[in-house]
Write a protein that binds this ligand. Structure first.
Ligand code: NOJ
Length: 555
């Protein structure tokens, strides 16, 4: 790779920041965040080092699934603003060096979508076949695997026709029939529409459900994904599809399009994310090492998206039952902190007991894992969840801007807020942007520094991973290096609450090689046989540039 390749394949070295406009900043005092509010915070995001905003659904919606129940694929929720406001956000973000991607939710519509309303009116409706129907009753004991205990089965009866429609998620989210060419055209048109407004791609919701409707043919689904990718790239060569595919790695490869890499551009690494939590719980990086070793190599254009938290439950579904029990025990000891038998409804800092060493180690790790980091809004300041709010909503509280009323999110009476900030130690009085911006030792300034170093280290997004042996005196240390044509970096992370001394060898490096510290001043000496010794504090971490004579890189 050349350094100039990083601009063509921008997503491989991006910092993605996911936010929900509804809870980011309320500019008009109605208790709901809005696009004009977001526009006021674009400079904040640029300063943090974000290069790609992922806007969660902002479409018209009855809002029964936080906007993932869309009633108009081409609209903007009037509570959040207008198409004009959105274009202003995109344009200003672009000016500040940030691209914008948006959610593409085409597995289903809301049951209030005009297509579904028409489909319900008559079996002869031109929209009836936009959805998936069955004549015979579904098996009585069929569970809903997405929302067990909350939703019964996957089929809902339409009393008027006596038929049943498919809903992989809530009953108010009827699945679209991707076997219908008109639905396929509509999906492509939706993609084309938002591209035309200036977005740089899509976070594609629930991809396996979308492609693998029980009545459909999976291969046909993959054909559709390839068609959509071709269409996307015809309309915008720089645009990406970042897919939500929570499947084992070998399955995920199919969604990248295998060796042809002609389906999704990026996918979240759910397996790696879950391994991180197991590793944190055990104070032992081994589960993460295993995941990284098993993670398939990708084609040059494709990329993994790494994350620690998102807007949903922290799913642990890819762990074994006993591993899941370990993570529950460590990070969600109370039953009220768990959901669906597989997930945790907390944010990272409370799970780690608020220990700043561990929290910082976790973000340092995130930023050095091979791939592209994705932050969920508020992670940069260490926001906690609101434990009084049940289920997935607990982590969807308003952004905490200051210690003022409602955390500076909105001026309304607290009873009119779209969501309630937490009380206690994670309340806006104690955790907010305004205080942290002023404090060079804050988590916010720390994350900002990490991101700046990440931007200087394109080998993180592009490089070849090597797991180094940190020696017997550092059993809980993950030592890894990333090597690309532009150079190499080494990162060390101590998962233990005991200090450690890591000793490793940097093979294949030339005479005169140095290890310069990327997070502080100075360097570490490299011995004649390229051996290195580094001390780490409890939960300590270090980043080093492998500086080769004459390579011309800045620290
Ligand atoms: C995945 C989204 O992340 C989740 O929040 C939503 O409920 C489902 N897809 C259904 O759209």
């Amino acid at each position: 790779m050349r350094i100039t390749d990083t601009s063509d394949l921008w997503w491989k070295t991006a910092v993605v920041y996911c936010l929900d406009v509804e809870v980011y900043l309320d500019s008009d005092g109605d208790g709901v965040g809005d696009l004009q509010g977001l526009a006021l915070r674009l400079d904040y995001l640029a300063e943090l080092g974000v290069t790609c905003l992922w806007l969660m659904p902002f479409y018209p919606t009855p809002d029964l699934d936080d906007g993932y129940d869309v009633s108009d694929f081409y609209g903007v929720d009037p509570r959040l603003g207008t198409h004009g406001d959105l274009v202003e956000v995109i344009r200003t973000a672009n000016d500040r060096g940030m691209r914008v991607i948006v959610d593409l939710i085409v597995n289903h519509t809301s049951d209030r979508h005009p297509w579904f309303r028409s489909a319900l009116r008559s079996v002869d409706s031109p929209y009836r076949d936009y959805y998936v129907w069955r004549e015979d009753p579904p098996p009585a004991d069929e569970p809903n695997e997405v929302f067990p205990g909350e939703v019964d089965g996957m089929w809902e009866k339409d009393e008027r026709s006596g038929q049943w429609y498919l809903h992989s998620f809530y009953a108010h989210q009827p699945d679209l029939n991707i076997g219908n060419p008109k639905v396929r055209d509509e999906i492509a048109k939706t993609i084309g529409f938002w591209l035309q407004l200036g977005v740089s791609g899509f976070r594609v919701d629930a991809v396996p459900y979308f492609l693998e409707a029980p009545l459909g043919d999976v291969q046909d689904g993959h054909r559709l994904l390839r068609d959509l990718r071709r269409f996307l790239q015809r309309r915008s060569p720089e645009a990406v599809l970042l897919g939500e595919v929570n499947l084992p790695y070998d399955e995920q490869m199919k969604y990248f399009g295998g060796d042809d890499a002609d389906e999704l551009t990026m996918q979240f690494d759910f397996v790696g994310m879950q391994a991180i939590y197991l590793a944190l719980a055990r104070h032992d990086p081994a589960p993460l090492v295993k995941a990284l070793r098993e993670r398939p190599r990708l084609a040059v254009e494709a990329q993994w998206a790494n994350f620690l938290r998102n807007h949903d439950e922290l799913t642990l579904d890819k762990l074994s039952e006993s591993e899941r029990a370990e993570v529950f025990e460590a990070f969600a000891p109370d039953e009220s902190q768990r959901v669906y038998g597989r997930g945790i409804t907390r944010r990272l800092p409370p799970m780690l007991g608020g220990d700043p060493r561990r929290v910082r180690m976790a973000y340092s790790l995130l930023l050095t894992l091979p791939g592209t980091p994705v932050l969920f809004y508020g992670e940069e300041i260490g926001m906690g969840e609101n434990p009084d709010v049940p289920g997935r909503e607990a982590v969807r509280t308003p952004m905490q801007w200051s210690s003022r009323k409602n955390g500076g999110f909105s001026d309304v009476a607290p009873s009119r807020l779209v969501a309630t900030p937490p009380a206690g130690g994670y309340a806006p009085q104690h955790v907010n942007v305004a205080d942290q911006v002023e404090d060079p030792d804050s988590l916010l300034c720390f994350v900002q520094r990490l991101i700046a170093r990440y931007h200087r280290s394109p080998e993180i997004g592009w490089g070849e991973l090597a797991i180094l042996d940190p020696g017997d005196a550092a059993p809980a240390v993950l030592a890894h290096s990333l090597r690309a044509d532009v150079g190499r970096m080494v990162a060390l992370h101590n998962f233990s609450d005991e200090p450690a001394v890591a000793q490793f060898v940097l093979d294949d490096e030339p005479d005169g090689v140095r290890l310069s510290d990327l997070l502080g001043p100075g360097e570490v000496s490299v011995g004649d046989r390229r051996e290195v010794e580094v001390e780490l504090e409890a939960y300590g971490f270090r980043w080093f540039r492998v500086a080769r004579p004459g390579d011309g890189r800045l620290g």
